[in-house]
Design a protein around this ligand. Structure first.
Ligand SMILES: C[S@@+](CC[C@H](N)C(=O)[O-])C[C@H]1O[C@@H](n2cnc3c(N)ncnc32)[C@H](O)[C@@H]1O
Length: 393
C-alpha cells in the first residue's frame, strides 16, 4: 500500500514507525472495537502511527485544558441551536476527535450536556489506536454517567462515523498532528517545520502535508456531519507569518543545536528528532474554506485567533513570592512537554540515552527561568456549519 505523504522525492529520510491498520478503521460501536464500513477503499485509508500521549497526560495537560475551556463558549451555543432543531426524544450525536485520555473532554462534554434539553446524548471519542483507552473510559464514564459513550480507534483522517449521523463535531489541540508521522527529517536543529524559513524545501513538504490533512478532514466530516450540524475546533496555530509563538519551542531547538555543537548528535540523528505537528496560520486554515470543494459544504460562522496565555507562567506570576516556586513551575513545564512529546521522540530512532541527554540540555538551558519554557500558543477557534445545500463554486 502506498501513501502520498511517503512519496517524498527530495532525498530526506522518511522516519517513524508507521502502519496502516484497516482492522481498526471506520465506524465505531459502544462495544468499542471498530469495523470496516461500506465503500471505503483500503488504499485510501490513512497510515496510523504509534503516536500517543503519556498515561499521566490528564494531570500534565493544563495548556490543553485551557484550550478546551475556551472552546466551551462556542460549543454551548452550537449545542443549544442544534437541540432546538431536533425532534423531542431524538438523541444528539457528538464526536470528539483526538480526545487522548479524556481529562480535557470533561468540561466540553459537560457543557454540551448542560446546553441541551432532556434528550439522550451520545458521544463518540476518537483517537489513534495506541491511545490509552482504559484511562479514557475510566475518566469520562464515571464523571458523565448520563452520556452514552462509544470509542472510535482510528485516525481522524479516516472515516470515523457513518454518513450523515453526527450533529456536533469538535476537537481541541489535536488537528495539528500530521497523519502518518513526520514527512521528512528537519535541518538546523528544528523540531517543527514552522521553525524553518518559509522557502525551506523540507518545510514546504510539511506545509503541503498539513494542507492535505486539513482538506481531507473537512471532506470526511462533510459526509458525516448532518446538514445544519456544526464543527467546533480549536486548532493549535502559528503566528500569521508561519513561525511559532511559544518560548518553549526556541529552547527545545537550542538544546538540539547544543548537542550538535558538542558532537553528542550526528547531523543525521539531529535531523530525525522532530515532532510531527505543523501549526497552521489563520490564512492556511481559511484557505480551503474559501477556495475548492470544501467551501461548498462548510460555512465559517465564527473565528477567534488568540495567543493563549501560558498557564504555568500565570501560576508563576501569582505565586512568585513563594519559596521553591521556580523549581515547582519548571518541573510542571517539563512534565507537560514530556507528556505530549515522548512518544514522538521514542519514534525517531535515537537511543534512549540520546533522548535523556536532550532533556538534560533543555533543563540546563532553562536554569532558573521558567519563561524559557513558556507555552503561550496561538490558537484558532473556529465554528463551521455544514451547509444545508452545497453551494456551487
Ligand atoms: C495534545 S493531545 C490533545 C488531547 C485533548 N484533546 C486535549 O486537548 O487535552 C492530541 C491528541 O490527538 C491525537 N491525535 C493525533 N493525531 C490523530 C489522528 N490522526 N487521529 C486521531 N487522533 C489523533 C493524539 O493521539 C492525542 O491524543
Amino acid at each position: 500500500m502506498t501513501y502520498a505523504g511517503s512519496d517524498v522525492t527530495l532525498g530526506f529520510a522518511l522516519k517513524g514507525n508507521i502502519r496502516l491498520d484497516a482492522s481498526t478503521t471506520p465506524c465505531m460501536s459502544a462495544s468499542s472495537d471498530t469495523t470496516q464500513e461500506d465503500d471505503i477503499n483500503e488504499d485510501e485509508l490513512c497510515i496510523l502511527t504509534d503516536l500517543h500521549m503519556s498515561s499521566d497526560y490528564n494531570s500534565n495537560s493544563d495548556c490543553q485544558s485551557l484550550g478546551a475551556a475556551t472552546l466551551v463558549t462556542f460549543l454551548r451555543r452550537e449545542a443549544a441551536r442544534i437541540d432546538a432543531s431536533l425532534a423531542a426524544e431524538e438523541a444528539l450525536q457528538v464526536v470528539e476527535y483526538g480526545c487522548a485520555t479524556g481529562g480535557s473532554s470533561l468540561v466540553p462534554l459537560g457543557a454540551i450536556q448542560d446546553s441541551i434539553s432532556d434528550r439522550p446524548l451520545r458521544a463518540t471519542m476518537n483517537d489513534l489506536p495506541m491511545n490509552d483507552w482504559a484511562t479514557l473510559s475510566s475518566t469520562v464514564e464515571p464523571a458523565l454517567p448520563e452520556i452514552d459513550f462509544a470509542y472510535a480507534k482510528t485516525s481522524m483522517y479516516n472515516p470515523v462515523s457513518a454518513e450523515a449521523t453526527v450533529h456536533l463535531a469538535y476537537s481541541c489541540y489535536a488537528q495539528q498532528w500530521l497523519s502518518g508521522g513526520a514527512p521528512t527529517t528537519l535541518p538546523h536543529g528544528a523540531l517543527w517545520a514552522n521553525q524553518l524559513a518559509r522557502d525551506n524545501e523540507q518545510r514546504k513538504v510539511w506545509e503541503e502535508k498539513s494542507r492535505n490533512d486539513w482538506e481531507r478532514f473537512l471532506t470526511l466530516r462533510a459526509k458525516e456531519v448532518l446538514p445544519g450540524g456544526s464543527m467546533v475546533l480549536h486548532i493549535q496555530s502559528s503566528m500569521c507569518d508561519g513561525s511559532l509563538s511559544e518560548g518553549a519551542a526556541v529552547t527545545l531547538q537550542e538544546a538540539k543545536c547544543r548537542m550538535l555543537r558538542d558532537a553528542e548528535l550526528t547531523e543525521d540523528e539531529a535531523a530525525s528528532i522532530v515532532i510531527p505537528e505543523y501549526a497552521k496560520s489563520p490564512v492556511e486554515i481559511l484557505d480551503p474554506l474559501y477556495f475548492g470543494p470544501n467551501a461548498r459544504f462548510w460555512s465559517v460562522e465564527e473565528l477567534e485567533y488568540v495567543r493563549i496565555p501560558c498557564p504555568f507562567m500565570e501560576e508563576f506570576g501569582e505565586r512568585c513570592n513563594e519559596p521553591l516556586i521556580v523549581d515547582e513551575i519548571i518541573e510542571k513545564q517539563m512534565r507537560a512537554l514530556h507528556a505530549f512529546m515522548d512518544s514522538s521522540l521514542e519514534d525517531c530512532g535515537c537511543k534512549k540515552e540520546t533522548i535523556k541527554a536532550f532533556w538534560a540540555h533543555v533543563r540546563a538551558i532553562v536554569d532558573t527561568n521558567p519563561s524559557s519554557l513558556s507555552v503561550d500558543i496561538m490558537g484558532t477557534f473556529i465554528v463551521l456549519r455544514r451547509r444545508v445545500a452545497a453551494v456551487h463554486d
